[in-house]
Design a protein around this ligand. Sequence first.
Ligand code: FES
Length: 187
Amino acid sequence: MSDHAGTEAVLPEGEGVRRRDFINIAAVSAAGVGGVITLLPLVSQMAPSADVLAESSTEIDVSAIAPGQAIKGMFRKQPVFIRNLTPAEVEAANKVDVASLRDPETLKQRTKEGKENWLITMGVCTHLGCVPLGAGEGEVKGEFGGYFCPCHGSSYDTAARIRKGPAPKNLQVPEYAFTSDTIVKIG
Ligand code: FES
């Protein structure tokens, strides 16, 4: 500390001027950096950096999820539901007249070919973002047997499609793929 203060004290006058110039240049550079920073969010939306990409996928082993069970995972810091539908739940979803739905989608459109029993959705109500019940052991599933949002009473069916209540859309199906028979990579 005192060394530094001493250096300041013995600087010749010209040196002091250069130092001030440097400070001015630094201030200008900082303003320039500010301009770059405002561009960054746009750039990163177009091309996420490697570490963002790495964080943005989640691998889940589904081998322990029996038919009729579900688990809650996390994907991009939000809950995700992975549900192994029973044959009866698949049948119930397929029996619905899709044209009558608020957000018309078939179970087939919401699942992967040959794996219609694996319903993978975000656990985020499309009304105001509460976490619906129905994935946890013993949780109420609502009158359509899928998920029930306790915040304002939205009910989702066994394909996690909105059937009743204020939510405008089905529970969102994230991007995912089965990397093996039992591993799902979300994102
Ligand atoms: S947040 Fe789910 S019904 Fe409102």
